[in-house]
Design a protein around this ligand. Structure first.
Ligand code: FES
Length: 591
């Protein structure tokens, strides 16, 4: 049974406290109200599209920022959804305008969407600022579109509501339930181990992406949708509603309606993104066993909001947040199960006092009001506090001489037998070398080896791709090995798993210690102690430092050159140094 969870809890214009609806308060009036040459131009060109005075005069202009693209497979339903958002805006007395923005489709975009997250964030910020927009509906879902759109809206500080694309339906192959991403890696390993024929592999390819929507495991897309809901950027229930359900269409209509109210209420991102709501977001990430990518994105989001946040806060909250969502890749169930079990509100209601319940949300309710009374329908999927999947959160932050600025590991998706491990390094200088060497029968690798990949960070790769789940060497797969310690300055897909130490900072390209490690060096990780140690003689480390040569820049022109000059480290969220903070005061002149 599935109950609609977004309508009852979400107030509409009639039930919320009535704001002052004086059109003179609307930002768009600067464009459309003046009896001036410019005002004439703005109005007459709208009329050239068949728009009449009654359509836009004295109404909030609500932009639908749509990341639809034929090359973003996760957003293929967004053309229809934009029309449904438009319907909601019209119902509530707004003037809808659809504005396409850059789409970041995880599967097709190379070298990685992360290279372009900040570009979309800049586009969203500038599109909102330069147009007559009173409020915005941000339509995103596939991994980086979520943080990018939130970051841009925070910097522009124009009332905004987020509509997540929603996850795909569960996939089935024979009698097996397949989860996107996670099962791809799993069956690829089985294929490499010689356990899966071409016909079965092809059958999996045909069925694993079952519908429109984002990956249906608790990967980065679903993690960031939950994070967005926890911060207060969505209507209740939005994060888990599967993309192709009729309920998702109704959610889109309600989101459009609510956006009009936001314009009148002037409820801005600055009121939503606070130290308290970011703590809620971090606890949400931990209790769902969310993607490690959420750490990078939340650091960037905090930077835009001017809220101090460091890696240590993630570890601190992780230790006091039980993991209650039994969700793949670290658990058993998929997003459709999570939705049917009660969704995020039901899960957060279990956390209760661990959350800052007074934080406002775009619904007009506080977070506490939003989750109050939310029912857990399946306690296997959403565990109670006294029977958690894990007593502490899913992600740990490690520090040590190999990662002075920190690194992260999704410990709940790792082999418990590798939580304390010491072994000799096998070092790959870059991804191309790793691909070339990893299955070399002469590679001196054993199950105890520590695989190290460098030149995989924001500058070195570039773009910090999701290379962190290094493949297990074929000869070890054939021996039955399915996990080993892997360390890199890369990220890892939220759908990935394994004992993968990620986001090593500073990255090797910038001369971080990872750049100096050689084959055979002993590396030790101790997850309970939160340490990562490179056993090396200090004099030897100094000698290697003397010999190290800074690699050449990856770009000589264009966006890439700007990216290289300004991107910050993983421990700072990989945002551009010049984009920190808000700039609502940079309103354009209209002469
Ligand atoms: Fe878009 Fe996974 S590929 S969410």
């Amino acid at each position: 049974m599935s109950t609609e969870r977004t309508s009852a809890a979400a107030p509409n214009a009639s039930s919320a406290a009535q704001p002052d609806r004086d059109p003179a308060r609307l930002r768009s009036q600067r464009w459309f109200a003046p009896d001036s040459l410019r005002g004439f131009g703005h109005r007459s060109r709208l009329k050239g599209m068949g728009v009449d005075d009654v359509d836009f005069r004295d109404r909030p202009v609500v932009a639908i920022l749509n990341t639809w693209s034929d090359l973003n497979t996760c957003h293929s339903h967004f053309r229809n959804r934009a029309d449904e958002v438009r319907r909601g805006i019209l119902q509530a007395g707004g003037f809808p305008v659809e504005v396409p923005v850059m789409s970041l489709g995880e599967m097709m975009m190379k070298p990685t969407t992360m290279l372009y997250r900040n570009l979309l964030a800049m586009e969203v910020e500038e599109v909102l600022r330069c147009h007559p927009i009173d409020a915005a509906v941000l339509m995103g879902g596939c991994d980086k579109t979520v943080p990018a759109m939130l970051m841009g809206a925070i910097s522009a500080d124009i009332p905004s509501i987020f509509l997540p694309a929603g996850p795909m339906l569960k996939a089935r192959w024979r009698d097996v339930t397949l989860g996107s991403g996670s099962d791809v890696w799993k069956y690829w390993d089985e294929r490499n181990a010689g356990n899966l024929c071409d016909g079965d592999w092809n059958a999996i390819e045909n069925c694993i992406a079952r519908s429109a929507g984002t990956c249906m495991t608790m990967g980065t897309a679903s993690t960031m949708a939950c994070v967005a809901e926890a911060i207060g950027f969505t209507l209740p229930g939005a994060a888990c509603t599967p993309a192709v359900l009729a309920e998702h269409s109704r959610l889109a209509v309600r989101t459009g309606r609510r956006a009009v109210d936001l314009a009148w209420e002037d409820l801005r991102p600055a009121q939503l993104v606070t130290a308290e709501s970011l703590d809620n977001a971090i606890r949400t990430d931990m209790t769902i066993g969310g993607s490690t990518n959420a750490i990078v994105h939340l650091l960037a989001i905090a930077g835009r909001a001017g809220v101090p946040l460091t890696l240590d806060r993630f570890d601190e909250l992780s230790q006091s947040t039980p993991m209650l969502g039994d969700l793949r890749p670290s658990g058993r169930f998929l997003m459709e199960d999570f939705y049917n079990a009660g969704g995020l509100a039901a899960l957060l209601s279990q956390l209760g006092d661990l959350l800052n319940l007074d934080c406002p949300t775009v619904s007009g309710q506080t977070l506490g009001q939003q989750i109050e009374g939310a029912e857990v329908i399946d306690a296997e999927v959403i565990r109670p506090r006294d029977n958690p999947v894990s007593p502490a959160g899913g992600t740990c932050v490690l520090r040590g001489n190999l990662a002075p600025e920190g690194c992260v590991i999704k410990s709940v998706a790792a082999d418990p037998g590798l939580m304390q491990h010491r072994g000799p390094a096998i070092v790959f200088d870059d991804y191309a070398q790793m691909k070339k060497r990893i299955d070399d029968p002469d590679l001196p690798v054993t199950a105890d080896s520590v695989l190290i990949l460098r030149s995989a960070g924001a500058l070195g790769a570039p773009g910090m791709p999701e290379w962190g789940m290094l493949p297990i060497p074929k000869k070890l797969l054939q021996q039955g090995v399915r996990d080993m310690v892997r360390i890199s300055d890369a990220r890892m897909s939220g759908t990935s798993y394994g004992t993968c130490v990620l986001h090593v900072s500073p990255e090797s390209f910038s001369g971080g210690p990872l750049a100096l490690v050689e084959d055979g060096d002993e590396i030790e990780i101790n997850i309970p102690e939160r340490t990562i140690h490179w056993h090396v003689d200090q004099a030897e480390a100094a000698r290697r430092r003397e010999c190290w040569v800074q690699p050449a820049p990856k770009f000589s022109r264009g966006y890439g050159q700007m990216y290289s000059a300004h991107v910050q480290g993983a421990h700072q969220g990989c945002d551009f140094d010049f984009l920190a903070g808000r700039s609502p005061d940079q309103e354009p002149d209209i002469f």
